[in-house]
Design a protein around this ligand. Structure first.
Ligand SMILES: C[S@@+](CC[C@H](N)C(=O)[O-])C[C@H]1O[C@@H](n2cnc3c(N)ncnc32)[C@H](O)[C@@H]1O
Length: 331
């Protein structure tokens, strides 16, 4: 498979530029699930008034939105950082960002942040901190936390349905990118039609069984069958089939070169999707990694954290919550 030249942060920048709020197999409504949202709201509500809250690896600010929706929302001072080129203020009511109650920092690694020590009363993360280098991100989170401050990270876990579903999506993506390759077959068919001067062929001109058309039909059929059989539903297969069908059906609106370029972009989109899914799977914690995080937090003087699996109302595990607090005394 051709390797994408995009860095991990570029892949996320591309993802967030669509204005999505949530990532990682979010619900259709774009949130991460009933229970998780409720837990966060309760957690934000027990923070002191005017607490300064830092959201690590914020993406388009899903967690900041939850903080705003909590009973404390109008009083918290919120900051989000992410190494992607994020612009979440586009989704926020202008007044909030104008008042500077919410600040977002893109292009910022959580392993090295531009904040003074002790600047925050809470450091939170939702499916974010575990993507970064563990030692450096923990040291940095503890550094920017004020004495008596607290930390709560909800991380991917290998026992979660998100992890399992993501493994299935990776299999679908590999099948499409490496075996079925409908995008490459569509490009070959279009190329042949262009060379034959029949780019926009009428149905009566269609040569029903050119080898290119047969190969494309077989590949599409295989993808459709996979989509129909997929449980849970595959966002990846749906995205690929819809994009290719749309490009083909609307090809007469563009030049042949542009249509071929759009088909090539579908491959880039698929590789970016696969890259995100692979990053999720490799960042997901198992119990040993959770213990490593707890040990590192303790080594930085944090009070023993609480660990709790997070469930949806239907019982599905959707992550693990790790909490800890910083001593009120100097070391
Ligand atoms: C799964 S998304 C979660 C985003 C957000 N917290 C949410 O709940 O929707 C993971 C985020 O981590 C960011 N990220 C990964 N590694 C990072 C790092 N080392 N420093 C800063 N951000 C990072 C990515 O850019 C991406 O936005």
């Amino acid at each position: 498979m051709q390797k994408s030249a995009q860095s991990d942060s570029d892949k996320w920048s591309r993802y967030w530029s669509d204005g999505r709020i949530a990532a990682c197999m979010a619900d259709a409504g774009g949130s991460y699930g009933d229970q998780l949202g409720e837990q966060w709201r309760r957690w934000f509500e027990q923070l002191p008034e005017c607490a300064r809250v830092l959201d690590l690896a914020t993406g388009n600010g899903a967690l900041v939105h939850l903080a705003l929706a909590s009973g404390n929302g109008s009083r918290l001072r919120l900051v989000g950082v992410d190494y992607a080129a994020i612009e979440p203020w586009r989704q926020l009511p202008a007044a909030l960002s104008e008042q500077k109650r919410i600040r977002f920092y893109g292009h910022t690694n959580i392993e090295r942040m531009p904040f003074a020590a002790g600047m925050f009363d809470a450091v939170v993360s939702q499916y974010g901190a575990e993507y970064a280098e563990t030692g450096a991100s923990i040291a940095e989170a503890v550094r920017v936390l004020a004495r008596g401050g607290c930390l709560r990270w909800v991380c991917h876990h290998r026992d979660s349905t998100i992890y399992r579903n993501t493994c299935s999506e990776i299999e679908h993506a590999r099948f499409v990118l490496e075996q079925a390759q409908p995008d490459l077959l569509l490009a070959a068919l279009l190329q042949r039609q262009i060379e034959a001067g029949r780019f926009i062929e009428q149905s009566h001109q269609r040569t029903a069984s050119t080898p290119q058309r047969q190969a494309l039909n077989a590949a599409l059929q295989a993808c459709v069958q996979r989509l129909r059989a997929a449980t849970p539903a595959s966002e990846f297969l749906d995205m690929v089939l819809q994009n290719l069908a749309y490009i083909y059906q609307h090809r007469e609106q563009h030049t042949p070169e542009l249509v071929l370029q759009k088909v090539a972009e579908v491959r880039v989109e698929m590789e970016v999707f696969l890259g995100r899914m692979q990053a999720l799977v490799s960042s997901a914690l198992d119990n040993d990694k959770v213990n490593t995080i707890l040990a590192r937090l303790a080594a930085h003087g944090m009070h023993a954290g609480e660990v709790e699996m997070v469930h949806k109302r239907n019982g599905d595990i959707i992550g693990v919550a790790i909490s800890a607090s910083k001593s009120t005394q100097a070391d």
